[in-house]
Design a protein around this ligand. Structure first.
Ligand SMILES: *Cc1c(COP(=O)(O)O)cnc(C)c1O
Length: 352
């Protein structure tokens, strides 16, 4: 099976698996797992933050960050196409009494400051209104095509949140993809956020884990919340060790993933029935079929022929490249797609 539904399908490398058996372990709830400490220090350094903490998942990383920033009854402003808003089960409302306020996500992944502004009441002293305490942004923005938010935008947004006296959290699940695409160190991106989360388990290929980075005081708060949520892990060095390998070796892997995405997009653009939707900035290709084809049928047919891809929004298909996809897999992908298209014609008229 060629698995292009997500880079979460990337498998740990042999080096990662070997690193697990050699890892120095301890009880991390006691703060005694040296491998976890090493990963946290390395991650904090790479993001230019005082401290970092290993989390079991990106979802818990975002949730603990929101809970650490937001008092109960306050609002967290999130993109209406963000992972936090769509895919994380409303955790901040359920666990923290925090109100999500969705802000329109533009086609290039940004949240316009004029739209963020609308979330603030005209009179902040009027007791009727819940007040925003945090703005979350996603960089790169996954559902709009893997768009990298421009540094100039991040800077302006960061200073806007200073004016408004709210915190800024960056869901940087794939922040290293952005850094590598822009050819800058990740701390140049992370500097425009109070807290950042990134995933070790996406293109970085580690089996499990995410990191939250921020000030030492903030990370201490996150550490308590992580325990409350059940995310305090004992010999977590077995997770941290592959994470260290990921951070040490990732540049080459992610760069290759980006090249693979560009290659796939180039081949796809030669197929008449396909339209590429967004510029290829990282490891994702978004495309649509001409209206006479059924996306549903197309995806099922591709799966039958050995290719898994996903429909992210009605009619919008996403293919994500990762470490375990070879150049040959890309050629096979194109062959499968070419065979699946004629079998995916829409039958009859569709009034929906
Ligand atoms: C995958 C992802 C997450 C969540 O990470 P999990 O480890 O799957 O919980 C959060 N934000 C973005 C943008 C993601 O792509």
């Amino acid at each position: 099976m060629i698995e292009l539904r997500s880079d979460t399908f990337s498998l740990p490398s042999v080096d990662m698996l070997n690193s697990i058996s050699k890892a120095i372990l301890g009880d991390d709830v006691y703060g005694l797992d040296l491998t976890v400490k090493e990963l946290e220090k390395k991650a904090a350094n790479m993001l230019g933050k005082e401290a970092a903490i290993l989390m079991p998942s990106g979802t818990m990383a975002n949730l603990a960050s929101i809970l650490a920033h937001c008092p109960r009854g306050s609002k967290v402003l999130v993109g209406d196409k963000s992972d936090i808003y769509i895919y994380e089960a409303g955790g901040a409302s359920v666990c923290g009494g925090v109100i999500y306020e969705p802000i329109k996500t533009e086609a290039d992944g940004i949240l316009k400051i004029s739209n963020v502004e609308k979330a603030f009441p005209i009179d902040i002293h009027d007791p009727q209104f819940a007040l925003p305490s945090l703005l979350c942004i996603e960089n790169p923005s996954n559902r709009t095509g893997g768009n990298i938010l421009p540094l100039g935008y991040l800077e302006e947004l960061f200073y806007y949140t200073r004016e408004k006296e709210i915190a800024l959290h960056m869901d940087g699940a794939r922040i290293f993809n952005a850094a590598i695409a822009l050819q800058i160190p990740a701390d140049r991106i992370a500097m425009y956020a109070d807290s950042v989360q990134f995933c070790l388990s996406k293109g970085l290929s580690a089996p499990i884990g995410s990191i939250v980075a921020g000030t030492e005081q903030f990370i201490n708060k996150v550490r308590r919340i992580r325990k409350m949520l059940g995310g305090g892990m004992r010999q977590a060095g077995i997770i941290a060790a592959p994470g260290i390998v990921a951070l040490d070796n990732m540049a080459q892997t992610l760069k290759k993933d980006h090249t693979k995405a560009k290659n796939l997009a180039r081949y796809l653009s030669l197929i008449d029935e396909i339209e590429i939707n967004a510029s290829i900035e990282i490891n994702m290709v978004f495309f649509t079929l001409k209206p006479e084809y059924s996306t549903d049928k197309f995806i099922t047919t591709c799966a039958m022929f050995g290719l898994n891809i996903d429909e992210l929004e009605p009619g919008v298909i996403r293919a994500v490249l990762h470490r375990n996809i070879s150049d040959e897999d890309i050629l096979d992908t194109i062959e499968i797609i070419k065979r699946a298209i004629p079998l995916s014609k829409q039958e009859g008229r569709i009034y929906r």
